[in-house]
Design a binder for this molecule. Sequence first.
Ligand code: PEP
Length: 252
Amino acid sequence: MARRKLLMGNWKMNKTSAEAKEFAVAAKPLAKEARAAHVDLGVAPTYLSLATTRKYAAKTMIVAAQNCHFKESGAYTGEVSIPMLKEFGINWVILGHSERRAYDNETSEKCNAKIKALIANDMVPLYCVGETLAEFEAGRTKEVVGEQVRKGLEGLSEEDAKNLVVAYEPVWSIGTGKNASTEIAQDVCHFIRTVLKECVGKSANKIRILYGGSVKPENIKAYLSCPDVDGALVGGASLKIESYTELLRNIK
Ligand code: PEP
C-alpha cells in the first residue's frame, strides 16, 4: 500500500495566535488541492496557538503540538500533558526535534516514554532524528540515527508503531540553507526503514519517513521523488502561506 505524502510545517516559536489564525484561514482553499494530490497537510504551532489553529484550519490540516509531557498530570511546572492537548482536538505531537534535544535535554529515552504515552492515547508521534555536523563529518550518521531510532522505539510492538511518523533531520541542515543531497536523504531514510523493520517488523513499510532541513519550494520535489522519503518537515518555508502553497504545488 502506497504511503500518503505529508507536508508538515514546524512553526517553532513563531506566530501569535492572530497570525496563526490568519494562516489557517488562508490555507483553507488548499484542502481540495491537497486531497487531489494525495498529500496530507499539517502545521505545528506553539501551544498557545493550537486551539485557534485547530478551529480555523478545520479539516484542512493536521495540527500538531511541538512537545508534550508523558505524565497525565502532576508537579511538572511549565509542561503540557496529552489529555490537555486532546481536549483541544490535537492528535499529533512532534518529539525529539534537534532544537529540543540541544536546548531542553530531550533525550531519545524521554521521547520513548512520550511515544508510548501518545500511542496509548491513540495519538500520532512524529519522532525526529538526525546527526550533528561533527557526527556527519566523522562518518557517524548511521550509528547516531540508528541509536536514536532504536532507543525511541524501544518496547513498541508492530501494532503500536503503525501510525508513527519519523523525520530525518540532519542538524547541520536545519535553518542553515545547507541541504543534504537527495542521495544522502534517500540513503539515510532507507537505513531508517531498515532499522524500523528490526524494531517493529512489517509496520516499517507503513511508517512515513519525512526529510527535514532547509526544504524549500525549489527543492521539495527532488526529496519527495526519493523512494523512502514520504514527505517533508519544513521550518522557515512553512511560515508564509505563499511559500507553504508553493511547497504543496511543487510536491505534485
Ligand atoms: C525544522 O525546524 O524542523 C526545519 C527543518 O527547519 P528549516 O526547514 O528551516 O531548516
